[in-house]
Design a protein around this ligand. Structure first.
Ligand code: WTA
Length: 655
């Protein structure tokens, strides 16, 4: 923690600092002329038309953009295939034997390298297997795995045959997995017999078996043998088949990549919203590919001889767009790491960078803050001089973490790209361009060329610089989600109804006097815990599903490393006595219902929750109590005694 405090002081000293791109970097950058903003801004469609030329189309598109909010189509009439663009097309070039994926296992000597040719073979064998097992174009396939190359192979095989995948983060519980499979009526599940995390085996197959008790749509389960002795894994007769057996059976057969319409579904990815039910955001083929391809190339200034590492998990959108589709469509070498950053030691990331001479690193502020807390002696043990660009994503980065990142990881030289985007946006939308933008620590700077972002008030009117408001997007972009799977109405209601014609991000932001965007955080009941989106309602429903809980309220409180942490207030059913043991049981219950990422850091038992006269829980007051602030306006509170009681219990719990 010493380092963190020192960092804070340093940040204050540097508050006014600007970081222009270095001359050498600028000279070599793909984009180093500000004119690109005007070019894209003045003619959005021509700009994206030009960007689409980097993609191979089976049938050229006829129109760049069609439709109106909330339903846009991009590259209308075009046919392409995302897998073809990420794999096949590189085989006709010198990249055939270039490393596509460098995989580092959590066990320190586990390492695999797949060239583009290797990827081609494996993706084909997997696609052949999927077809043999009954998967057809349009069928949904759920993938529930750890960070192993088979995950990427499975995604690309789905894309190849036009079967939309839905990847469920390996840290999710059986319940969360079941809900997601049922929501999209998946026909197949691809999983593994385990994943390594901090030296332990995550029981993915056991979780899957539990989830599958209530998933009638799943007909087949394909299981990768990775973390267990195959003889110990229970395979359900007709339903479960081994990945390696099926891959062997496919032999050298190939499946031609399906020519798919630009708007054919590529994947569904679930993310938290303000209700208990996660939203399945639908991403499609042509626009998503053009958007992720373009941003990967220009935001990371990606070159052919770079070794690129995005340290996210593929269970989230960052991994989809910036480990798999963006980098591979660019023919890049994409590094993937299976495990935890402190396994087996706190210098693991830096060791991976040194070992692979990584040039570009993309990670999250929460990780950077953890590295700061661990101390600079860990990065100092390794040679990080290969790094030439750093990126961050997932939550606002505090200036002290930004400065620490640049100083100790980037040796005070590398540009940092702080990229703002969302599962819904598919691609980065507010970000520096490393050869152009003068950065300010903590600001995501400016919208990417062709993106029109604004900060507006309650009426949808732009606010002057310096003032905060709703962050909205006023023009469409190619990688935008098209809808919420099976719920067009919710898509319309959540994102487009508040300000007709504008996309509502759910974030608040402010522009400073120079026009730089500063993201302030969510304005809805969505928490950002260590870069993961968690809906307060999801955690509340998990709590009340426990027989001892009558009612619950969940809020976010600030946390030095995670950005936000979860605090829960629970009211027990009458007659039930509270105890420390029960608090632990309830925290564990939430982890079992959703996943460990949703386990409340703090849980308080109270007799009542503060409510308005109309019965709405006043979270704002709970937040004040939890953060130890003077209570904000309590005039709408129905029963003011409640607050005093909660405060007392809270303070009791703090002891
Ligand atoms: C937050 C992750 C500040 C934001 C790609 C957004 C950020 C949510 C940044 C999306 C950033 C993401 N600065 N906040 N650079 N990047 N966010 O869907 O609140 O998991 O709405 O997508 O993360 O999270 P999601």
């Amino acid at each position: 923690m010493e380092e963190l405090k020192k960092g804070t002081i340093e940040a204050l000293l540097h508050e006014e600092r600007r970081f222009p791109p270095g001359e050498a970097f600028r000279a070599q950058a793909h984009w180093n002329d500000k004119g690109i903003y005007d070019k894209a801004g003045s003619d959005l469609e021509s700009f994206w038309a030009e960007m689409s030329e980097s993609i191979d189309w089976f049938t050229p598109w006829e129109k760049v953009l069609e439709g109106e909010a909330p339903s846009f189509q991009w590259f209308v009439g075009g046919k392409t295939n995302v897998c073809y663009n990420c794999v096949d097309r590189h085989l006709n070039t010198w990249r055939k034997n270039k490393a596509a994926i460098i995989w580092e296992g959590e066990k320190i000597h586990d390492r695999r390298v797949l060239t583009y040719q290797d990827l081609y073979r494996n993706v084909n064998r997997c696609a052949v297997a999927l077809k043999r097992l009954g998967i057809e174009k349009g069928d949904r396939v759920t993938i529930y795995m750890g960070m192993i190359p088979e995950l990427v192979i499975a995604m690309l095989a789905c894309a190849r045959i036009g079967a939309p995948h839905t990847v469920v983060f390996g840290g999710f519980s059986p319940d969360a997995l079941r809900d997601r499979m049922n929501d999209c009526q998946a026909k197949m599940l691809i999983t593994a017999d385990g994943a390594w995390r901090r030296g332990n085996r995550v029981p993915l197959k056991e979780n899957a078996d539990e989830a599958l008790k209530g998933c009638p749509s799943i007909k087949k389960v394909l299981v990768v043998n990775h973390a267990a002795d195959a003889r110990d894994v229970e395979m359900e007769g007709y339903r479960d088949v081994w990945w390696h057996r099926e891959m062997d059976r496919s032999g050298n057969e190939v499946v031609e990549p399906e020519p798919l319409d630009s708007e054919h579904p590529l994947y569904i990815l679930y993310t938290s919203g303000t209700t208990g039910k996660p939203k399945g955001l639908l991403h499609t083929t042509g626009g998503y590919l053009v958007g992720t391809h373009t941003t990967t190339k220009y935001v990371f200034d990606l070159k052919d001889n770079d070794t690129y590492w995005c340290a996210a998990d593929i269970g989230w959108v960052t991994g989809h767009s910036y480990i798999v589709y963006g980098p591979l469509s660019n023919g890049a070498t994409s590094v993937m790491y299976e495990g935890a950053p402190n396994q087996p030691h706190k210098g693991r990331f830096w060791q991976i960078i040194e070992r692979n001479q990584i040039n570009i690193l993309y990670t999250a502020p929460t990780a950077i803050r953890a590295f700061m807390a661990w101390g600079k002696e860990f990065p100092e043990k390794f040679d990080l001089s290969s790094l030439r660009l750093l990126g961050t994503v997932g939550e606002p980065i505090n200036p002290e973490a930004w400065i620490w990142y640049r100083k100790y990881i980037g040796y005070d030289e590398t540009p940092i790209v702080d990229t703002w985007w969302q599962t819904e946006t598919g691609m980065t939308l507010i970000t520096p361009l490393p050869g152009i933008t003068e950065t300010k620590p903590g600001s995501a700077t400016f919208p990417f060329p062709g993106i029109e972002a604004d900060v507006v008030d309650e009426e949808g009117v732009s606010v002057p610089h310096g003032k905060g408001g709703y962050l909205v997007l006023k023009k469409p972009w190619p990688a935008m989600a098209r809808t919420i799977w099976g719920d067009d109405q919710r898509w319309q209601k959540v994102y487009w109804d508040k300000f007709p014609g504008y996309y509502l991000t759910g974030d608040s932001a402010r522009r400073d006097e120079d026009g730089y965007f500063w993201i302030l955080g969510r304005v809805d009941d969505v928490l950002n815990v260590a870069g993961h989106r968690i809906g307060t309602m999801e955690v509340e429903s998990a709590l009340v599903s426990h027989p001892d809980v009558a009612e619950a309220a969940v809020i976010g409180i600030s946390h030095e490393i995670k950005g936000q942490a979860i605090a829960a207030f629970a009211v027990l059913v009458s007659g039930k006595e509270g105890s420390k043991a029960l608090i632990e049981t309830l925290r564990k219950h939430v982890a079992e219902k959703i996943g460990a990422i949703a386990r409340p850091d703090r849980l308080f038992l109270t007799h009542e929750l503060p409510k308005t006269r109309s019965g709405k829980i006043m979270r704002r007051l709970l937040r004040d109590i939890a953060e130890g602030r003077i209570l904000s306006d309590t005039s709408t509170l129905a029963d003011s005694d409640v607050l005093e009681q909660i405060k007392e219990q809270y303070e009791e719990g703090e002891k």
